[in-house]
Design a protein around this ligand. Structure first.
Ligand code: HEM
Length: 408
């Protein structure tokens, strides 16, 4: 029940790969296949309002760009939205858009909060939340899997990490959706800007409260740490809290909703999961590959260089497309098939190299909890209405998925 227009490779000359509608409303798989085969490093031309950029589609080239943060910096922005707007004011202060020693130092501080051991209580709480939300949805019979189940899981975990009080969580959730501007075709840049600023203000206040207050959450960790011998200021704390919410909430949510849809659309795989023919850990990796919630990442070339033999000039914008690399037939057997027992599975859903997703372990635990919950608690799923896509050139997936669930 999700009909998307298939775009033929012949239309490539008319496409702007920065257009959110293109990604939301159409199936680009034939275009990606064509690009991988014939133009693996393609130039998306400038428009009246934005500069052109390179589009890198093969797995090997994508990982080469990710690996080399000296040649391809994130400090000009790491997604098209900011790169095309001329940069990101948080560069050098927010982890994902900081490179070099400062990135290494800041990442080391944050890593301690993201180790499997530190996350143990949070993962236990994720499992309880999934169980509760699925049982509620089963009691109701009908649900919007996106709003009623998936929405509560990653944000709950990040709020646990950051020590956000329960009373503020619904407010923070609504702000994060608006800040990414991805929930409908008509949300404006101004709405997103206002929401982003509200989130920043919220965390600035929380950070001020947490200094010297004996808390053990990530805000307190950041407030009590030094990077390269200097303490982090309030701005840096606020920006890095914000980046955890924006990086870890909607991405994981989209993966969970995509998991439910994938199981609905592939009854053989749903049965394989139920029978135990596909284990949860391998199924999680295939769901991550299949859904690829972060379509691309962006970089800026620091000097004249080349990618896959194609010359790239200093200062040019380079985008690497996880959505294409995860279907590269040079790396994956039958990439267009969902195979929950797929191994090996070298997807780049969490990127690769120095900026490899900090929240990967947590995201895997969240998706695993949802798959295990569906396997154990749900006998049947049926789609009861149209699913709606999110509108974004960065995020991919469904903003709503109406389902009827029957208990096992
Ligand atoms: C980095 C994807 C979940 C926090 C990244 C990057 C990708 C990504 C592609 C690299 C960006 C780049 O190279 O420019 C995803 C996906 C997720 C997910 C698809 C869910 C399925 C999470 C979670 C958190 C998180 C749950 C935290 C709670 C971060 C952070 C970075 C990052 C802080 C920056 C790391 C660095 O620059 O060193 N993520 N992410 N992500 N992610 Fe995730």
């Amino acid at each position: 029940m999700t009909t998307r227009r298939t775009i033929a490779p012949e239309e490539l000359g008319t496409l702007d790969l920065a257009d959110p509608r293109l990604h939301a409303e159409s199936d680009l798989s034939a275009v990606w296949r064509h690009l991988r085969e014939h133009q693996p490093v393609h130039w998306n031309p400038a428009t009246d309002t934005a500069p052109g950029f390179w589009v890198v589609t093969r797995h090997a080239d994508v990982t080469a760009v990710y690996r080399d943060s000296a040649r391809f910096t994130s400090e000009g922005g790491n997604v098209l939205e900011t790169l095309l707007a001329g940069g990101d004011t948080a560069a050098g202060r927010m982890l994902a858009i900081t490179d070099g020693d400062r990135h290494t130092g800041l990442r080391r501080v944050l890593m301690s909060a993201f180790s499997p051991r530190a996350l143990e209580p949070i993962v236990a709480s994720v499992r309880r939340t999934v169980d509760r939300l699925l049982r509620d949805a089963l009691d109701q019979g009908n649900c919007d899997f996106a709003a009623d189940v998936a929405a509560g899981i990653p944000l709950g975990a990040i709020c646990d990490l950051l020590g956000v009080p329960d009373r503020d969580r619904a407010h923070v959730l609504s702000l994060t959706s608006s800040a990414l501007g991805s929930h409908d075709a008509d949300s404006t840049a101004t709405d997103a800007w206002i929401a982003k600023n509200e989130i920043l203000l919220y965390f600035a206040e929380l950070a001020r409260d947490r200094r010297d207050s004996g808390h053990s959450d990530v805000i307190a960790l950041l407030a009590g740490s030094e990077v390269n011998g200097l303490p982090l200021d309030d701005d840096e704390i606020m920006l890095n809290c914000y980046s955890l919410i924006l990086g870890g909430d909607e991405t994981a949510r989209l993966s969970m909703v995509g998991a439910a849809l994938a199981l609905l659309e592939h009854p053989d795989q749903w049965q394989a999961l139920k029978r135990g023919d596909a284990g949860i850990a391998t199924a999680v990796e295939e769901i991550l590959r299949w859904t690829t919630p972060a379509l691309h990442a962006g970089r800026t070339a620091t000097a004249a260089t080349e990618i896959g033999g194609r010359p790239v000039a200093a200062g040019e914008i380079v985008t690497v497309w996880n959505a294409s690399a995860n279907h590269d037939e040079r790396v994956f057997d039958t990439p267009a098939e969902l195979r929950l027992d797929r191994t090996p599975n070298k997807h780049v859903t969490f990127a690769y190299g120095p900026h490899f997703c900090l929240g990967a372990y947590l995201a895997r635990a969240e998706i695993g909890a949802v798959l295990a919950g569906l396997r154990d608690l749900v006998a049947e799923m049926e789609q009861t209405g149209p699913a709606t896509p999110v509108y974004s050139n960065f995020l991919s997936g469904l903003g709503t998925l109406p389902l009827r669930l029957k208990a096992a």
